[in-house]
Write a protein that binds this ligand. Structure first.
Ligand code: NIG
Ligand code: FE
Length: 410
């Protein structure tokens, strides 16, 4: 007779990602096809494990969490910016370098000349590194093309990564990352091009689910940002924003007006901005890797975000300029040590709330019946150890859509 479940994980400590204190010891998790069928206590099993499921994994009190979600990356790029890392160590700021034509522009030059195959090869290595740190869903932004052809090339590479690797990829169009050199002094004309040509083309080809804007003095102003958001909405695309990273421009409140899924960075976020995103249900995505790498001093207003009940997510921001980091576990450690988030807040920030920041909270981010069976078995006994250790690889088993994936074979 066919058994009730396909697979059953027994003797586990399970952090379901539902609430900060939802941890079960002596628990088990069952899957049927690509979904979770049941999560509960060992004693509640109605029969012996091998009578209930075709495959039984005794995880010997290891910890199971939802597959981690890295909800903000720019990982498709060519070249690197190690030279700028050195310049900043000698005192140059991120803005100085950008104004001198380095920064994002230098990655744009390298990415424009790279072939799709080359970009795929470079990016696959980065995705695999993130998967080694437990990431089963990833967001990738374009933004190193700044012309339609290269922006679409990047989004095609993102699509190909999803088709060829066991990972979910959410794609975001970030044409408004910075002003391309050929539009110098003509910011509004570039925004016209984004709104009239780029967004319609990308929407029609279904190459992205969301549109992001870098609203900042060295990028785009509030009025330009609003035009991009309004056009995104007209094309049924979600809105995201690189907001208040280096200064407070009021972009978080503007994004809230467009029901943004998330506003990201937020070191300079004001009380007004917090009130606006609290009302719109927008997720605050904090990026401790960029904070660390740029040696920022101003912390995001974490206590006020908490007091206003704003869901906080954490992400790697993986990019060549401000966060060349390909481990979400390292980011989780930084969120604790640099931002003083609790380990419980951090776990929710890379599971449930990261899912919400991508509009995917109905299917992933928590472990309960009928959710997608994306989860990690870790070689640790409590989730706090995931943030406590640095430089170890605690991943024991990677399960995507109910299938165990051997990462060494990808
Ligand atoms: O998220 N702030 C803007 N964009 C990226 C950095 C991009 C770059 O420097 O290449 C960020 O930090
Ligand atoms: Fe970013």
């Amino acid at each position: 007779m066919a058994k009730q479940w396909d697979a059953l994980w027994i003797n586990a400590t399970i952090a379901t990602g539902e609430k900060q204190d939802s941890i079960m010891t002596n628990a088990c998790l069952a899957t049927k096809g690509s979904k979770i069928a049941w999560v509960g206590a060992m004693q509640a099993l109605s029969a012996k494990p091998n009578e209930l499921a075709d495959t039984v994994y005794d995880v010997k009190h290891r910890c199971i969490t939802p597959g981690l979600i890295d909800c903000h990356t720019h990982l498709i790029f060519a070249g690197n910016r190690a030279n700028e890392f050195e310049m900043r160590l000698k005192g140059a700021t991120y803005e100085d370098i950008a104004r001198q034509g380095g920064g994002i522009q230098s990655t744009v030059a390298a990415t424009r000349t790279a072939s799709q195959e080359e970009l795929y090869y470079l990016s696959k290595k980065r995705v695999l590194a993130l998967m080694q740190s437990g990431v089963t869903t990833l967001e990738i932004k374009s933004g190193y093309g700044l012309d339609l052809e290269t922006e679409e090339k990047i989004l095609y590479v993102a699509k190909k990564l999803e088709e060829t690797l066991p990972i979910t990829i959410s794609k975001t169009f970030l044409g408004a990352h910075t002003l391309p050199l050929e539009y110098r002094g003509r910011g509004d004309a570039y925004i016209d091009h984004i709104c009239q040509d780029m967004i319609p083309s990308i929407a029609e080809k279904k190459l992205a689910e969301a549109v992001d804007v870098f609203c900042e003095k060295i990028a785009f102003n509030l009025a330009q940002t609003e035009r991009v958001f309004a056009t995104a909405k007209q094309h049924d695309l979600q809105v995201k924003c690189h907001a208040e990273q280096l200064s407070d421009s009021g972009s978080a409140a503007l994004a809230a007006k467009y029901h943004a899924l998330s506003v990201d960075h937020l070191e300079h976020l004001s009380l007004q901005g917090i009130e606006a995103i609290a009302k719109s249900g927008t997720v605050a995505v904090l990026l401790p890797g960029a904070f660390y790498f740029l040696r920022e001093k101003k912390l995001p207003p974490i206590q006020l975000l908490r007091e206003h009940g704003v869901p906080i997510a954490l992400a790697s921001d993986c990019n060549p300029g401000t966060s060349p980091i390909m481990s979400l576990l390292l980011i989780m450690n930084m969120a604790c040590t640099l931002f003083r988030l609790t380990p419980q807040e951090v776990l929710l920030g890379v599971t449930q709330y990261a899912a919400k920041s991508l509009g995917l909270e109905q299917t992933i981010g928590t472990l309960s019946a009928n959710k997608q069976a994306d989860f990690i078995v870790w070689d640790v006994s409590t989730p706090v150890e995931l943030m406590y250790y640095m430089g170890v690889k605690p991943l024991h088993q990677f399960v995507k859509l109910g299938r165990t994936i051997d990462l060494a074979n990808l």
